[in-house]
Design a binder for this molecule. Structure first.
Ligand code: SF4
Length: 464
């Protein structure tokens, strides 16, 4: 037996690019966690990597182009590329896989939510490291794995797929029907994230209100106690877990079903943030029916006003589509009235654009692109006026702000967000240099601040 140690083997390195929505980001986090656990090194660059994984988005034409361009770049600069994500599940007009058709040299292609298939492709093309010195690479979130968001906030995905078939959407054909994660796993991940320093947990899925429908709200276990796989119990327990950490829980993609009424008391009592991201897409019942939207039979305006009564602090964010096929001027004006009456705090709007493979493409009454764009612009003018008026009302109040950026300990001010602002999609709070010389700001910590002005979608505040 030799007593000479063999020289340390080079650690295989995987370049990783993550494109797309928060759901794609959580897929990336799972793959990166697995790579890291198996001893692979990961890098954000193509050069020097042994192969590159590109997690793609296939939702709208711009996203498809960006994904295809990135794959092309990775092939040109590195040459060995594995593709995953929504675009990987897409077929071209002739029925072939779109990625393979455009980039036949890729090593492997998988759809979204396919950690194991991606890892299988990695193992085939870049064998697992056997260096005993490279073992489980520790990460700060334990069972929650690697996170691509800043350390102080994280997305928590509670389910995959969707049981609806909205006519403008192809997500169910890419991600399949709803599959809820076991409630015990979700809550364990949440606790690990809080313990690792996360101060804001963003609950995501395709339809958060449908959590547990697929398993008939089965009773699971967490911390030795039975808990139903259902939104109310999930939100309640997340609020309880977050409390000792003083952390925020924010809910995204909640549809206006009657069952959501039960969550409002939890918001009013401060257990979870009084913030709901409700993707409404339209207000007119006929358009909603043509869209085949979930909860399209519900009286959305009444429901939203009832929520505001139950929790006056509630902030409602939503997204809409202007110029959907067949949309009449009267239907569009119904939407504008709705924005004013429902007092939507934050609204985004897309001009309708046909998505390859969506059934809405076959609906009669396709509107000219210019009209769709014009309606989008009219929508945004109304929505911005509503939103800005609501922000103005905050001037003079004191809010709790989570600090996102604070160069030099905040001596020159910084950036943060209040409960009314989700990261990346809403506005920010611009923090002025604190008046008190002893006051410092730290990223990932809360500060109280007095709102001194509203600027467009943002607020300006003095830390106190
Ligand atoms: S609810 Fe509709 S828009 Fe959302 S993922 Fe499901 S089918 Fe698509």
């Amino acid at each position: 037996m030799s007593d000479v140690l063999s020289p340390p083997t080079r650690v295989p390195t995987v370049g990783f690019v993550s494109l797309g929505c928060p759901k794609a980001l959580t897929d990336s986090e799972l793959i990166l966690t697995q790579l890291s656990a198996e001893g692979y090194q990961t890098s954000k660059t193509f050069q020097g990597a042994d192969l590159v994984i590109v997690n793609t988005c296939g939702f709208i034409d711009d996203a498809i182009k960006e994904s295809l361009d990135t794959i092309g770049e990775a092939l040109a600069e590195n040459g060995r590329v594995i593709v995953t994500g929504c675009l990987g599940a897409k077929t071209a007009d002739n029925g072939d896989n779109m990625v393979r058709q455009m980039h036949p040299k890729v090593l492997a292609v998988t759809g979204p939510h396919a950690t194991q298939e991606v890892m299988d492709a990695v193992h085939v093309n870049l064998p697992k490291p056997h260096d005993p010195f490279v073992d489980l690479v520790p990460n700060s979130f334990g069972v929650a794995g690697i996170k691509l968001t800043p350390r102080h906030y994280a997305y928590l995905k509670i389910s995959e797929g969707c049981n609806h078939r909205c006519t403008f959407c192809i997500i169910p054909s890419m991600r399949g029907d709803l599959v809820s994660r076991p409630i015990g796993d979700v809550l364990t991940e949440a606790r690990a994230l809080f313990a690792g320093g996360v101060k804001e947990l963003l609950v995501i899925s395709q339809d958060t209100s449908a959590y547990g429908v697929d398993v008939k709200y089965r009773t699971g276990f967490w911390d030795g106690k039975p808990v139903k796989t259902r939104m109310l119990e999930l939100v309640q327990t997340l609020g309880e877990i977050a409390e000792p950490y003083g952390a925020w829980v924010r809910l995204h993609y909640v549809y206006p079903y009657p069952s959501v009424d039960d969550i409002l008391p939890l918001m009013a009592s401060g257990q979870v943030l009084p913030y709901l991201d409700v993707p409404l897409q339209h207000s007119h019942p006929d358009v909603l029916r043509r869209m085949k939207r979930p909860a399209s039979g519900e009286k959305n305006l009444e429901r939203l006003l009832k929520w505001r009564e139950a929790c006056p602090e509630i902030v409602i964010r939503s997204t809409f589509i202007a110029g959907f096929p067949g949309e009449t001027e009267e239907e569009f004006e119904h939407l504008l009235d709705f924005i004013r009456e429902a007092d939507i705090d934050r609204a985004g709007c897309f001009a309708y654009s046909a998505v390859n493979g969506a059934t809405a493409n076959a609906l009669p009454g396709m509107l000219p692109v210019e009209l769709r764009e014009e309606r989008r612009a009219r929508f945004m003018a109304v929505a911005e006026a509503v939103s800005i008026a609501k922000l103005q009302r905050r001037v003079g109040s004191t809010m709790q702000i989570l600090v996102d950026s604070a160069p030099g300990m905040g001596k020159k001010g910084g950036l943060g967000r209040s409960y009314a602002d989700a990261p990346e999609i809403d506005g920010v709070v611009r923090l002025l240099p604190p008046e008190k010389i002893s006051k410092t700001l730290k990223v990932g910590e809360f500060t109280k601040a007095r709102i001194v002005a509203a600027q467009g979608h943002d607020l300006v505040a003095m830390p106190i």
